[in-house]
Ligand binder design. Structure first.
Ligand SMILES: [Zn+2]
Length: 331
């Protein structure tokens, strides 16, 4: 992702180092930068305990070493912006790993400041016992035109994590709960400069499509993962996400003992979740937007694999799956 309330503060502090100066988002953290815990965070509406657990299966546990291996492979393709050889390799990598699954390719072309560009979203569908869909999504493109940027965290981390989640779901026979659709979105990054028009192309296309064909109504929640590989993991609570869904995420994190990595900070993030929110889908963006001291690794050539940890992939992957598992009980 490219813009948030926090980004505005960073740009202000490091004018000249960062090109993003037009954020309209409000930053809810205090001026000192210390973590705040606003009163709103304590007003939780979690799943009633008598409704838990919704099934008797063990808590989710993805293969973190495998997830990390996927991330490493994706990074090895080099820069993966639209039209680059690395982008093509990533598409082929996803096709190869999802070959045996119910895979849909949502190919389209979008008008951008660089002309019409072909893009493709990948959707892998894993059925559940309940009527309804939970979408787990991320993006697989990197900063447009930047050949010095391999995007280990932004966003090979979520590209690889979703593949490890696919492995986990594939191994579950007759899974209880809602169907889970894994989505690798294309064209998240701006072509020229981040704006509503120049960003999240894949998400805009898919959200419109799902709104038109009625799919959006059947989606119980969309959980977005972005920049989730940082070894120093602190997922922000996002004010542009759906509050009750963030409460369920927090509940899932607490059930797994990972609550210290979640929601110690408030932020307001513009990311791939927003087009789906506008289509009426409950959304939660799981993003750690403090990547290195003062977020210095973000959109920098230092966004490399050595900053990442398999444990962070484990935490976010398991919490996403646990959230999906709790959702049928959230009536
Ligand atoms: Zn980005």
């Amino acid at each position: 992702m490219i813009r948030s309330g926090r980004a505005f503060i960073l740009c202000f502090m490091f004018l000249g180092l960062c090109g993003c100066t037009q954020s309209k988002s409000a930053d809810a953290s205090d001026a000192s930068g210390a973590a705040t815990k606003p009163a709103a965070l304590t007003n939780s509406a979690p799943v009633p305990s008598e409704n838990l657990p919704p099934d008797s299966s063990p808590p989710p546990h993805i293969d973190a070493a495998k997830a990390m291996q996927y991330v490493r492979q994706v990074v090895s393709f080099g820069p993966r912006y639209l039209g680059s050889p690395g982008h093509k390799k990533t598409e082929e990598f996803l096709r190869a790993h999802l070959r045996g699954d119910d895979l849909q390719e949502d190919a389209f072309s979008a008008a951008t400041p660089a002309g019409n560009l072909p893009m493709v979203n990948f959707i892998a569908k894993f059925p559940g016992s309940e009527n309804g869909i939970v979408v787990l999504a991320g993006h697989y493109d990197t900063l447009y035109g930047r050949n010095d940027f391999v995007g280990a965290n932004d966003a090979a981390s979520d590209t690889g994590l979703l593949l490890a989640i696919a492995d986990y779901l594939r191994a579950q026979k007759k899974r209880q709960g809602y169907s889970i659709w894994l989505v690798w979105l294309d064209g998240e990054e701006a072509i020229k400069q981040w704006s509503d028009a120049d960003s999240v192309y894949g998400a805009k296309h898919l959200a419109t499509k799902w709104q038109k064909d009625g799919t959006a109504k059947n989606i119980k929640a969309l959980l977005l993962a972005d920049m989730i590989g940082d070894a120093d993991l602190d997922i922000d609570r996002d004010q542009n996400s759906t509050p009750w869904l963030e409460d369920v995420v927090q509940q899932a994190a607490t059930r797994l003992g990972y609550q210290s990595h979640f929601f110690q900070r408030l932020n307001a993030v513009e990311d791939d979740h927003l087009p789906f929110a506008r289509a009426g889908v409950p959304v939660a963006d799981l993003i750690d937007f403090t990547y290195g001291y003062n977020n210095v690794f973000w959109h920098s050539s230092q966004d490399t694999i050595d900053k990442l940890s398999p444990q962070s992939l484990q935490i976010v992957g398991d919490v996403m799956l646990e959230t999906a598992r709790l959702l049928p009980a959230h009536k």
